[in-house]
Design a protein around this ligand. Structure first.
Ligand SMILES: [Zn+2]
Length: 485
């Protein structure tokens, strides 16, 4: 197969293309199990294979994909023809920034391959964990497990040859109930990863990583009796699941370079950030350090190499509050530099990724992380808060199309008075404008509070591509935030 792929690349280049790459998925395996109220609700398995061929001809892309390996040559011809046709109508010539060439393998670290664990064992574990959420006052309780395994061979006309064996494990626990006002309350928990361990069934067996049913049950019971979140301006402390969403929506999407260049305007929206802002814009307080880190271990956003064949990099995006870089690919940095008429971006950040072999790669977040700070752990931050609200787990989110403002609702809040948690509040919400909000960041939790959250459904592109990624985030406090409204 790899030999044949090399011949196909040669054929495309001999026929006038300036660049070509092939991504062969020899295996694209998925398994989903969901248990609900003590029974198996869903069990599905799928196994696919296929390949996608991308061709650059006279500065225009062409792409074709197929699942039948007997059609390799005809698919290559189709990709070339598509590039030739689109080159007749192109406005600006697409150029790819230089990259280092690698012939390398990348494997997700795992101890126990979850695909090798008998289905019966997986169901029993989920039922055991889900049973901890059992209560007569609750309507639904459930647990889910989604497993993804991909074996990918990447080859391009510049000489890169990369083999990837990737495993992602998504798992969740949740319960719902109605309070005395007939309003639905819920608590959920989704498996984070630990960059110091591994990805695999071992995390589902780990009590610290995933056995959180007892805590969720108690929190949901508290919510059923809790007063509503007060409407006020106070200090807001975000726990990791909320910090991940906040980072995703108001830093991640705002800093995708294709979005800044207007490519997503008709679907996902634009960005308030302009090309002139890099190196100049104060994005947040001097405690804010954000990065696009494709090197974090055990995250679904870490694939070793992106779909341009660029190695995973750790790129600072915001340093001490100053905007310094974007989420970038080979194509977009050349285009952005040309548009700005100066060299803003020096190299691809390695963030060009496709959902599958049949999708064209576009700029996607890998891991958009916030560095841990020096303001202690969660307890310390609570102790230092006079009048505050601590929140966790998003229920709804609404964001301006240019990511300039937002309104988020959370599953649970805890009112903090005089450095102590006073009581649980229901239906907590908060709102803000992105830049003033990040400028109000005044306490950043230490590495003890830092957690690698997983995101499994980030939508972007037309046709839509659902991408998996990560956010390593500490607990953070923001001053004077409007909550409860
Ligand atoms: Zn997203």
């Amino acid at each position: 197969m790899q030999k044949e792929a090399k011949k196909i690349i040669e054929f495309i280049i001999e026929n006038g293309a300036s660049y070509a790459d092939i991504r062969i998925f020899t295996k694209d395996q998925k398994e989903s199990i969901q248990v609900l109220n003590g029974e198996v609700e869903q069990l599905s398995q799928s196994l696919a294979a296929g390949y996608g061929i991308r061709v650059l001809y006279k500065g225009s892309w062409g792409f074709a994909s197929h699942e039948n390996f007997d059609n390799f040559l005809s698919t290559a011809k189709l990709a070339l023809e598509n590039a030739q046709s689109s080159s007749l109508y192109r406005q600006d010539e697409i150029k790819l920034a230089p990259k280092k060439i690698f012939k390398q393998n990348f494997n997700t670290q795992t101890e126990i391959d979850p695909f090798e664990v008998p289905i019966k064992e997986k169901i029993e574990r989920l039922l055991f964990l889900e049973d901890k959420l059992k209560h007569s006052k609750f309507d639904y309780r459930g647990a889910s497990l989604n497993l993804y395994k991909r074996e990918i061979f990447y080859l391009d006309s510049e000489g890169a040859e990369i083999n990837k064996n990737l495993l992602d494990v998504e798992a969740g626990l949740w319960a719902n109930a109605f309070d005395s006002n007939s309003q639905k309350q819920s608590r959920s928990y989704y498996l984070p990863q630990d960059p110091n361990t591994s990805v695999g069934w071992e995390n589902i067996l780990s009590d610290t990583q995933f056995n959180h049913g007892d805590r969720l049950k108690n929190e949901l019971l508290s919510l059923l009796e809790a007063p509503k979140c007060p409407e006020e301006v106070c200090d807001l402390i975000l726990l990791p699941e909320m910090m991940a969403l906040q980072t995703h929506e108001t830093i991640g999407h705002a800093l995708e370079l294709d979005r800044i260049l207007g490519y997503e305007l008709s679907y996902a929206g634009g960005s308030h950030v302009s090309l002139q802002d890099f190196g100049k814009l104060t994005f947040g307080s001097n405690k804010l350090n954000a990065r696009a880190d494709g090197t974090v271990k055990n995250s679904p956003g870490s694939e070793g190499f992106d779909d341009d064949g660029v190695i995973g990099k750790n790129i600072p995006l915001i340093e001490k509050g100053l905007l310094v870089n974007a989420i970038t690919s080979r194509q977009m940095i050349t285009e952005a530099n040309a548009k700005a008429n100066k060299k803003i971006f020096s190299e691809s950040g390695g963030a060009n990724r496709a959902q599958s072999y049949y999708s064209l790669p576009i700029e996607r977040m890998n891991n958009i992380n916030i560095d841990p700070g020096n303001d202690g752990n969660l307890e310390d931050i609570i102790k230092n808060t006079k009048n505050g609200l601590l929140v966790e787990a998003p229920t709804s989110w609404s964001i301006g199309s240019n990511r300039e403002n937002f309104h988020f609702a959370c599953e649970i809040g805890w009112k903090i008075i005089d450095g102590k948690i006073s009581h649980v509040v229901a239906n907590p919400t908060y709102r803000g404008d992105s830049l003033p909000f990040w400028k109000s960041l005044d306490l950043v939790g230490n590495s003890e509070s830092w957690q690698l959250q997983q995101v499994f459904y980030c939508g972007k592109g037309q046709p839509n591509q659902a991408m998996r990624l990560g956010h390593g985030v500490p607990v953070c406090r923001f001053k004077n935030v409007q909550v409860g409204k």
